[in-house]
Design a protein around this ligand. Structure first.
Ligand SMILES: [Ca+2]
Ligand SMILES: [Ca+2]
Length: 333
């Protein structure tokens, strides 16, 4: 047995520890090492989640910028392609059939594949998550074409507080790797498990699920269970809103030498001075003025049907209405 110097009341003497003392020492050492190992594991998980969070944040910012510049979302890229393929990371344009050409699935009004890093002008490594597996990117297909963009939300995200409707979704399939492809591989590492808590997020490649389940995804609290097929197991990281959602409602495009056009992309109403606009443009608590300005030319007010105001209707140019001009008082000067 290894000898240790042990302190006694009479000073130092050479004596081996008893088996019980050694056993206690080993137990304490084990507990310390176990604690350190657990702390290290938590550190690694937090660090990995941080990488995923930053990755999703960068992708959603790139999506917001793309939407602002192009007036549409990009189509998904083909997840079966690997670096070196000419079409790797490219989403392309909606084709004549109204589908995203490189998406692996076009079903139920939704196109699904992976992140089109080439279209988004972000590093190609952003196509994969912290576990180096390709992310899933799905988009409401009409939003991938500027001509048909209508702001609709064709994706359903199941959450703990009910279903949410989304325009797009980006998913990291987590450390279990179920249903995703490594960045350098064309094939799925581990099959998606129907019935697992995260099964809805990877079932889209399975032709038997149909359109409804193809456009349905899940975002619930992380619950990593040893049995990754368990209905309560969920380890995916899901993003389905833009960090800059409000600014992306407004698009800007050059109008020759006349400056920029500012376009509202939403299908609902714009309110000025009201949170509940009831018309396409609703001005509350102030005037709507059309004046000559520095050009010296006053603009007209035109309507196909009625022009109605609770205050005055006054113009230096014409007031044209296809139907009536309604006011409590009319006067001429
Ligand atoms: Ca998963
Ligand atoms: Ca699904």
């Amino acid at each position: 047995m290894m000898k240790f110097r042990k302190h006694t009341q009479n000073g130092y003497r050479d004596e081996g520890f008893s088996l019980i003392e050694v056993a206690i020492g080993i137990i304490i050492l084990g507990l310390l090492i176990g604690g350190l190992f657990q702390a290290y594991n938590i550190y690694i998980i937090q660090k990995t989640e941080d990488v995923n969070y930053k990755s999703h944040d960068r992708i959603t910012q790139a999506l917001a910028l793309f939407l602002q510049e192009e007036g549409r979302f990009p189509c998904p890229a083909d997840p079966t392609l690997i670096p070196g393929d000419a079409d790797f990371g490219k989403g392309g344009d909606v084709n004549g059939a109204g589908q995203c050409p490189d998406a692996l699935v076009n079903a139920g009004g939704v196109s699904i594949g992976t992140v089109p890093v080439w279209d988004l002008n972000i590093p190609f490594t952003q196509i994969s998550d912290a576990y180096d597996n390709k992310l899933t990117y799905a988009v409401t297909t009409v939003l991938a074409d500027a001509a048909t963009y209508d702001g609709s939300r064709g994706i359903t995200v199941q959450t703990a507080t009910g279903d949410q409707n989304a325009q797009f979704v980006v998913i990291s399939h987590g450390p279990d790797q179920k249903g995703t492809r490594p960045r350098l591989s064309a094939s799925v590492s581990l099959p998606c498990v129907d019935g697992a808590g995260d099964g809805e997020n990877c079932d889209w490649a399975d032709s038997v699920v149909g359109a409804t389940r193809a456009r349905t995804f899940t975002d619930i609290d992380i619950s990593r269970l040893p049995n990754t097929s368990d209905p309560n197991h969920f380890d995916d990281f899901v993003t389905y809103s833009l960090a800059m959602a409000e600014s992306t409602l407004w698009g800007m495009s050059a109008n020759g030498s006349n400056g920029m056009n500012i376009v509202n992309r939403d299908v609902a109403n714009v309110g000025i001075g009201t949170d509940t606009p009831t018309s396409k443009l609703h001005v509350s608590g102030g005037d709507l003025v059309v004046s000559p300005g520095s050009t010296g030319r006053g603009g007209d007010i035109r309507a196909d049907t009625d022009i109605s105001a609770s205050g005055k209707v006054k113009a230096d140019g014409d007031i044209e209405a296809g139907n009536r001009v309604k006011a409590r008082t009319f006067y001429y000067d």
